[in-house]
Design a protein around this ligand. Structure first.
Ligand code: GLA
Length: 396
């Protein structure tokens, strides 16, 4: 059987370029789920992943849309004599396919992680030289999502990622392809045709505005991801990295972080221990109105219209002529702003959609209070708490 696969791999390689392409239509809205890295790093095992999945069912997260359960680095065991990768048999005693079956039986999709190099970032086996074998193995395990990391020792990012894209395609199994190359090799020029999402920068940390290490702050990630706005859209998303909500920031900071991810149409991949969540954390990540803004089918990354006195003004066009608006106060003290909607009468250069405040009156939904909040036909003054947001859906 395995010899047949290897022969098949070689014949596939020989016919490459004929039918190889990205698997289309797998991420028409930004993927939602959970990933092990932010909270657990390499300390993962079968029991943990099952408990996470069970908790996501019990807390309603799965039904809120978080359907991918993604193992990050360190699930790996060794390659066998023929080069096939296996899960770590101590950490995952039932095997990777059994874990995939468990996740599928609970209504989830199954994600794994690998690296384009010989080793992963945490020094487990990478896929270099085993691309088809690995893609084939993942398909046999029932994998639905691959996060594919980068090794700076390689020099051909386009070739490395295109190769894995093509190998996934050849398996015939729909597998979302997440590029994790930190925006280092002119990523935006090639990633939209290769992956369903791509990291726009380095690793996020649970730091709002100052980081003591290499990990990026929430504010840094927002600046960086905002620069790539015009590249994102249905089936090809900018990925500012997984969420840090529930990992130790204040409730205000968590709410602001989540809100801006939604405004940027980012993948919403939780990175916390969903078995132990405060009510505040749950209320943030389960907010259906915020999620609907992220998942809106128009698929336009929000525009940061202006920044004034540390307050960021974000606008995101939505289906049916609606708009999402988010006023984000990055200051450590509350900010008072005056909002006269006609000041924001503009045409978004990317979507060509007009806010049309002069001729259109919208009804206002306050996303975080969940209440109707007047109309856009009159000006208002707002006090935005420190490091927090006021977020609206403007309904046409
Ligand atoms: C890199 C990635 C992270 C994570 C780790 C795992 O740093 O950018 O998201 O996957 O590797 O080792």
């Amino acid at each position: 059987m395995k010899k047949t696969v290897i022969a098949l791999a070689l014949s596939v390689a020989a016919t490459m370029g004929v039918s190889a392409q990205k698997q289309e239509g797998l991420a028409l809205t930004p993927p939602m789920g959970w990933n092990s890295w932010n909270k657990f790093h390499t300390d993962i095992n079968e029991q943990l992943i099952k408990e996470i999945a069970d908790a996501m069912v019990e807390t309603g997260l799965r039904d809120a849309g978080y359907i991918y359960v993604n193992l990050d680095d360190a699930w790996h065991g060794q390659r066998d004599a023929q080069g096939f990768i296996h899960g770590d048999s101590v950490k995952f005693p039932s095997g990777m396919k059994a874990l995939g079956d468990y996740l599928h039986s609970k209504g989830f999709k199954f994600g794994v992680y690998s690296d384009a190099g010989y080793q992963t970032c945490a020094l487990y086996p990478g896929s270099r030289g085993h691309e088809f074998q690995d893609a084939y193995t993942y398909s046999q395990w029932g994998v639905d999502y691959l996060k594919y990391d980068w090794d700076r020792a390689l020099n051909d990012a386009v070739g490395s990622y295109t190769l894995m894209r093509d190998m996934l395609y050849q398996t015939g199994r729909p597998i979302v392809f997440g590029i994790c190359e930190w925006g280092e090799n002119n990523t935006l020029d090639w990633a939209p045709g290769v992956g369903h999402l791509w990291r726009t920068g380095g690793d996020i940390g649970c730091w709002f505005d100052e980081s003591p290490c290499h990990e990026k702050t929430i504010l840094w990630v927002i600046e960086n991801n905002n620069k790539a706005r015009e590249y994102s859209g249905p089936d090809h998303w900018n990925d500012p990295d997984n969420l840090e909500v529930g990992n130790g920031m204040t409730v205000n900071q968590d709410r602001a972080h989540f809100s801006i991810w939604c405004m940027m149409a980012s993948p919403l991949i939780l990175g916390n221990d969903v078995r132990n969540m405060s009510q505040e954390t749950l209320d943030i990540v389960k907010n259906a109105e915020a999620i609907a803004i992220d998942q809106d089918e128009l698929g336009v990354q929000g525009l940061r219209y202006k920044v004034e006195n540390g307050v960021q003004y974000w606008f995101k066009p939505l289906m049916n002529g609606d708009w999402a608006v988010c006023f984000f106060n990055t200051n450590k003290v509350p900010a008072k702003i005056d909002v006269d909607w006609t000041d924001f009468d503009f045409v978004d250069p990317l979507s060509k959609r007009s806010t049309g405040f002069k001729e259109t009156t919208y009804s206002i939904r306050n996303v975080w209070t969940g209440k109707a909040d007047g109309k856009t036909d009159r000006a208002r003054s707002l006090v935005i708490p420190a490091e927090d947001v006021v977020m609206y859906r403007l309904v046409r």
